[in-house]
Ligand binder design. Structure first.
Ligand SMILES: [Zn+2]
Length: 58
């Protein structure tokens, strides 16, 4: 499982079995988080590959 989340609000920008580059995910949303409207290109976004459990504590 491949997951890309917004670093600001945790919105799941992409989730799927097929790996996507961060750039490709950003383009899907026009470079802006649809939930909190943060410019995604200016800040790191969380990328978890089978690490959702480890991330839940943070
Ligand atoms: Zn967001």
């Amino acid at each position: 499982m491949y997951v890309v989340k917004c670093d600001s609000c945790g919105f799941v920008l992409y989730r799927g079995e097929e790996p996507k580059t961060v750039e490709a995910v950003l383009k899907m949303w026009g470079g802006i988080c649809p939930k909190c409207m943060s410019p995604l290109e200016r800040r790191p976004i969380k990328i978890a590959v089978g690490l959702l459990r480890a991330r839940r504590r943070a």
